[in-house]
Design a protein around this ligand. Structure first.
Ligand SMILES: C[S@@+](CC[C@H](N)C(=O)[O-])C[C@H]1O[C@@H](n2cnc3c(N)ncnc32)[C@H](O)[C@@H]1O
Length: 285
């Protein structure tokens, strides 16, 4: 059923949660992030930044590794609401172990308490950043020589293999049909191309790291089987929905994407779709 839209894309009834919470609770998501964390070989006494920490889905994985003997995790996030959720969900941890800061990666080097860090992790977020060089320069500035920088992303050129293209085409086709048929009174606003859709190849990331003074230690593409629920839950995440259907009111975009993906799975008789996760570890040269 379409959600009830009142006025400009507002949905009546209960307030929706458009955070990453549901998607982040899938075991494949934790597995991909834990894999990257393990590849970093963090030491218990290290000071590590969880950049773009969102609601804290990676923060607690970092706390498991560091925060032993003098270790510290600094969770940094530009969106106040997400940062508050991270703070709430990690409230049971000792206060000395985790600190929370509201900042963008672009401003990291201006933060007096973030200096000579042993590691910076930037999980599932680099694809959202318009000026990746600027963020990498900031990360470089706050790391000690030899410090580790790691990131992962399922949004890069190569995340979708050619045999899954028909699925993505069917998904967007269904979503746009639902939008046209069920929301005839809503006009799509003209917007610039969403950043999440300007995708880099692994080779472009490798070059970028080298240009900004990092040495690549490890780069892999991990195939992950995503079930329908995974696609439905990413459809309900604000930053994804706005990128996938730019110019469409958020509640409407979420509804069209969720129902569209279910129809695409049904059409193509799928039980899952393979998606590659890019996992990268580098060190400050
Ligand atoms: C998909 S969430 C990932 C959250 C968490 N790192 C994880 O892996 O579950 C992406 C996060 O990156 C944040 N983000 C976007 N642009 C950023 C920037 N320029 N600097 C720092 N964080 C940013 C967003 O606000 C969002 O919370």
């Amino acid at each position: 059923m379409p959600q009830q839209v009142v006025g400009k894309g507002e949905v009546s009834g209960e307030e929706e949660d458009y955070s990453l919470k549901r998607f982040a609770s899938h075991p494949f998501y934790t597995a991909m992030n834990r894999r990257l964390v393990k590849l970093c070989e963090l030491q218990p006494w290290w000071r590590v930044v969880d950049l773009g920490c969102g609601i804290g889905a990676v923060t607690w994985l970092l706390v498991e590794e560091v925060c032993g003997d003098g270790g510290q995790v600094i969770a940094i996030e530009p969106l106040g609401e997400a940062l508050e959720e991270a703070r709430r969900s990690l409230a049971h941890l000792p206060k000395v172990a985790v600190r929370f800061l509201k900042r963008r990666g672009e401003d990291l080097m201006h933060c007096a308490s973030v200096r000579s860090m042993d590691g910076v992790l930037f999980c599932n977020a680099i694809h959202l950043v318009p000026d990746k060089s600027l963020v990498l320069q900031n990360i470089h500035a706050v790391l000690r020589p030899g410090g580790v920088f790691a990131f992962n992303s399922a949004f890069f050129e190569g995340a979708q293999s050619a045999d899954t293209f028909p699925f993505y085409t069917a998904w967007i086709r269904h979503a746009l049909h639902i939008f046209k048929d069920d929301y005839p009174d809503i006009r799509r606003k003209k917007e610039g191309k969403a950043q999440a859709r300007i995708l880099l190849t692994p080779e472009e990331y490798r070059q970028l790291l080298e240009d900004e003074g990092f040495e690549l230690e490890y780069l892999e593409l991990c195939p992950v089987e995503l079930p329908l629920e995974g696609f439905e839950d990413i459809s309900g995440y604000e930053l994804f929905a706005r990128g996938a259907l730019p110019g469409v009111p958020l509640a409407v975009a979420v509804d069209c994407l969720k129902r569209g993906v279910a129809e695409a799975f049904r059409d193509l008789n799928l039980t899952s779709v393979t998606r590659n996760w890019l996992q990268v570890v580098a060190v400050k040269a």
